[in-house]
Design a protein around this ligand. Structure first.
Ligand code: NAD
Ligand code: UGA
Length: 469
């Protein structure tokens, strides 16, 4: 097999090989970017999930992310390969990224808080079993601080002829903007040991990123600092959302407007304006899991006050989701039983089909519990929504078309900030709804004044309702 790289044709079998174990939201996009930017590397992505691998090789990628399809296409089967042959992938690799899932543990010690490291540990053992030469092993997954130590212990327990250097290189991309984040990140973080082999491994990884990222944005740190920085970054981001959401509750009680408050505080450069958008709550696979992981670590080291501080960020988020439903019920004369409610958006944010920890899950479940008749629409997330609500599927209707969902409804609940929702013909929607008609905008993404003028009773988050009643 030959391939053109750096202007000359070379055998792909002699190119340096990067392997990524785990072809998910992080592994797939990250490796597609590295393959594109580093044509002299062969990039191989493996997964135990054969259907997922097949999808990566097709036109129908397993995840939706703007710009991803084009990026994968540019390198697929040139220097980017997907397969389920993990053993061969490990044997051939010079650098191995591990990007498997690290969900919250649901059993035993630390259940509901600690990270479930079973997939991670299995990978370490597989690397050990199939390695015949030295490798750099890169932690891409988000892991509790000092996990690299466990990885190193497992890797050192085998044959002495293969040596391993473990690095931490957490990923900071956000879904929906993954391509932009990978192409132009605020920073890349590489953690390594301050030893000769450690420094050499760090340099090799830094040089890969330096193909397209300015060197002053590529930070190096100790492995432990790097691991902890990832948990800390997510905790800080989520904390900002919980902080503004806590104020949104106070705004609703005092007629202050949370958007005005956010603007006023965000213009202070020491605070900054981002991640101050009040909402029905934050979702996504990582914020809650990573904070709970941080809480568990603090508890483990006996730092109970620090644990309680961070745990409150998650509790505030749950409060916000519950509060949203309580406000709906109160506004609709204290009952939603038998009322049709059109849910606009099920993804945890716009521009993704991902529904993991989406606030919509809790909101829809609570509405169904109240015997509302719920119709869920979403442009990209309906398949996942059906899975998330499988146990109550007989009590929920799914329809891709929000207009159909809204026909005959008593209320609209906007739970994802899809840009298309702001462009719908609300006068027409209003005409087809039961009166009085309500809008509960959990993302503050609609034109509330205009909706009110059309005739809706409008309930934004953290703002005074615009009501005709
Ligand atoms: P994901 O669930 O989408 O993908 C993980 C993949 O790993 C799955 O396809 C799974 O089949 C595979 N896998 C599990 N065990 C395996 C094994 N032994 N061998 C081969 N494959 C295996 O997860 P994700 O969202 O890509 O997240 C991966 C890691 O990155 C997590 O630690 C997460 O916290 C972190 N992270 C995620 C995001 C994000 O936006 N999703 C951003 C930054 C960091
Ligand atoms: C987040 C971080 O932003 C990434 O840096 C990190 O890499 C990633 O988690 C991860 O570790 O998985 P992501 O969850 O994809 O990325 O998306 P965000 O843009 O952070 O949004 C998370 C949630 O917060 C969404 O539900 C979003 O709607 C909500 N949000 C965000 C708000 O409610 N208000 C805001 O101001 C911002």
């Amino acid at each position: 097999m030959t391939k053109r790289g750096g202007g000359k044709t070379e055998s792909i079998d002699h190119m340096k090989t990067i392997l990524c174990i785990g072809a998910g939201y992080v592994g797939g996009p990250t490796m597609a970017m590295i393959a594109r930017k580093c044509p002299e590397y062969k990039v191989h992505v493996v997964d135990i999930d054969a259907a997922r691998i097949k999808a990566w090789q097709s036109d129908n990628l397993p995840i939706y992310e703007p710009g991803l399809k084009e990026l994968v296409k540019a390198s697929l089967n040139r220097n980017l390969f997907f397969s389920t042959d993990i053993a061969r992938g490990i044997a051939e690799a010079d650098i191995i990224f591990v990007s498997v899932n690290t969900p919250t543990k649901t059993f035993g010690q630390g259940a509901g808080r600690a990270a479930d490291l079973q997939y991670w540990e299995k990978t370490a053992r597989e690397i050990l079993a199939h390695s015949k030469s030295d490798k750099i092993v890169v932690e891409k997954s988000t892991l509790p601080v000092r996990t690299a130590e466990a990885m190193e212990r497992i890797l050192r327990s085998g044959r002495p002829e293969a040596k391993f250097e473990v690095l931490s290189n957490p990923e900071f991309l956000a879904e929906g903007t993954a391509m932009k984040d990978l192409e132009n990140p605020d920073r890349v973080l590489v953690g390594g040991h301050d030893t000769e082999t450690g420094r050499r491994a760090v340099k090799e990884l830094v040089d890969i990123y330096a193909h397209w990222i300015p060197r002053d944005r590529i930070l190096t740190a100790s492995v432990w600092s790097s691991e902890l920085s990832k948990l800390a970054a997510n905790a800080f981001l989520a904390q900002r959302i919980s902080s503004i959401n806590s104020l949104s509750a106070l705004c609703e009680s005092t007629e202050a407007d949370v958007a005005e408050v956010a603007r006023a505080i965000g213009m202070d450069q020491r605070i900054g304006s981002r991640f101050l958008q009040a909402s029905v709550g934050f979702g996504g696979s990582c914020f809650k899991k990573d904070i709970l992981n941080l809480v568990y670590l603090c508890e483990h080291y006996g730092l109970h006050e620090a644990a309680a501080y961070w745990e409150q960020v998650v509790r505030m988020n749950e409060y916000q989701e519950d509060r949203f439903v309580r406000r709906m019920i109160a506004a609709m004369f204290n009952t939603v039983a038998g009322k049709r409610i059109a849910v606009f958006g099920f993804a945890f944010k716009a521009d993704t089909g991902d529904t993991r920890e989406s606030p919509a899950i809790r909101v829809v479940r609570e509405l169904v519990e109240e015997r509302a008749s719920v119709v869920v629409s979403d442009p990209k997330a309906l398949a996942n929504a059906r899975r998330d609500l499988a146990d109550i599927a007989d009590r929920v209707v799914f329809d891709e078309d929000p207009l159909k969902g809204a026909a005959g409804a008593h209320a609209l609940a906007v739970l994802t900030d899809w840009a298309d929702y702001a462009r719908l013909d609300y006068a027409r929607i209003f005409a087809g709804m039961v009166k009085p008609a309500f809008v509960f905008d959990g993302r503050n993404c609609l034109d509330h004044r205009r909706l009110f003028e059309i005739g809706f009773n409008v309930y934004p988050v953290g703002k005074r309702p615009l009501s005709h009643l």
